[in-house]
Design a protein. Structure first.
Ligand SMILES: *[C@@H]1O[C@H](CO)[C@@H](O)[C@H](O)[C@H]1NC(C)=O
Ligand SMILES: *[C@@H]1O[C@H](CO)[C@@H](O)[C@H](O)[C@H]1NC(C)=O
Ligand SMILES: *[C@@H]1O[C@H](CO)[C@@H](O)[C@H](O)[C@H]1NC(C)=O
Length: 345
């Protein structure tokens, strides 16, 4: 009987959403999570904001977190720049190249709705924050990390030598706390963004490796020190981009009377826990790829949307004919080389 009612409910929701005009604007619901991701990704300047977080215009709760660990502002700044840099590099030859608006139209901001790109940016920023925090523990910029807290009990010499690995466990907790992930479960939009953020955090966890160093006479491994280390942030981009391509679209019911409760959304998302979720289809970006440079002919086929491309020559100089000199120095010549440059018509 229960199963039947639930099924009927889904059927109603399904048809209701099918006929609803999906023009859902995110405005009005903006949870801290969304505001923070947007603030970090949009502001490409080096503005210093008042308060302990400095890099973003923070909420009172975030200011409290930043005050507890003064190193956090350094980490936030790293997270911001490495996210933007990696995005622009890895999407250089894609129709969407990490621009903040689609087709140069201010009204088509990627943060006005939840496009595939919006979902991706939420995962990207959360991943970058996690990575920067975990690294901040190892570098000593942060000192409230869990690894340090347990170390402190045992060995202060070790603590001072900074032998604290990349602390992902602490990073995960801090990012969730900073983005106020617990508080967002108030509506469907928030529930979706939360999932996108969690996928970003977990993609960092998947890149955690244990490295060990041996101590002892002449290479014997009588004692061993091991710690966790993350691969560079750019190496996570492959996985994140895969999530971008495999993201799935969900409909949200606009009529408040028929909109499913967060609990329902949770049940419906459960089956796709490992996928990025978005709500609105990305506009056709073909009108804005004119003049874009492609990687090669193959890439031009997609990037130029069938309009064709021009090929021009460019000379570049690079190191060549390198050879070893006097055992330890490498000397190279500079060679001038002509390369093709493909540009979309
Ligand atoms: C920062 O936040 C304050 C208070 O919410 C607001 O008045 C101000 O305009 C914001 N500044 C920027 C640059 O967003
Ligand atoms: C603490 O660690 C240092 C370096 O790893 C080591 O030399 C020292 O003996 C340790 N001290 C104690 C009390 O375990
Ligand atoms: C992205 O593409 C647009 C044109 O579609 C161009 O104006 C912009 O400079 C590009 N941005 C980057 C970072 O390459």
């Amino acid at each position: 009987m229960y199963k039947f009612t639930l099924f009927t409910y889904y059927l109603i929701v399904y048809f209701a959403s099918y006929f609803a005009i999906v023009s859902y604007l995110v405005e009005g619901s903006k949870p801290v999570l969304q505001g923070t991701v947007e603030a970090l990704f949009v502001d490409r300047s080096q503005v210093i904001y008042p308060g302990a977080c400095k890099v973003i215009n923070s909420t009172a709760r975030q200011l409290k977190i930043c005050r507890k660990d003064p190193g956090l502002q350094i980490v936030l700044s790293t997270a911001k720049s490495q996210a933007i840099e990696a995005c622009e590099q890895y999407f250089q030859y894609d129709r969407w190249n990490c621009s903040l608006v689609f087709n140069g139209k201010e009204k088509k901001s990627i943060f006005n709705k939840i496009y595939r790109e919006t979902a991706f940016v939420h995962a990207l920023v959360a991943a970058s924050l996690s990575h920067a925090i975990a690294k901040g523990c190892a570098s000593g910029d942060l000192y409230r990390c869990s690894c340090l807290r347990t170390r402190r009990k045992y060995n202060t010499t070790q603590l001072k030598s900074g032998r604290c690995g990349d602390d992902f466990k602490y990073a995960k907790r801090l990012v969730k706390n900073f983005l106020d992930v617990k508080q967002v479960s108030s509506d469907a939009v928030a529930e979706i963004l939360k999932q996108d953020v969690l996928i970003g955090i977990d993609s960092i966890g998947e890149h955690l490796k244990e490295v060990c160093k041996c101590h002892g006479f002449s290479g014997s491994c009588t004692t061993k020190t091991c710690w966790k280390r993350l691969t560079p942030f750019s190496s996570v981009m492959g996985l994140l981009k895969k999530h971008y391509h495999h993201a799935i679209k969900k409909k949200i019911v606009t009529s408040p009377a028929k909109s499913p409760s967060p609990a329902r959304i949770k049940i419906r998302l459960e089956r796709e826990r490992n996928k990025l979720i978005y709500v609105q289809r990305t506009p056709n970006l073909c009108v804005s790829t004119k003049g874009r440079v492609c990687k090669d002919r193959n890439n031009c086929a997609t990037l130029c949307c069938g309009r064709g491309f021009t090929v021009s020559k460019k000379t570049i100089s690079k190191r060549c004919r390198c050879k070893m000199e006097n055992c330890c120095f490498v000397s190279c010549d500079m060679c001038v080389e002509e390369v093709d440059v493909f540009t979309c018509k």
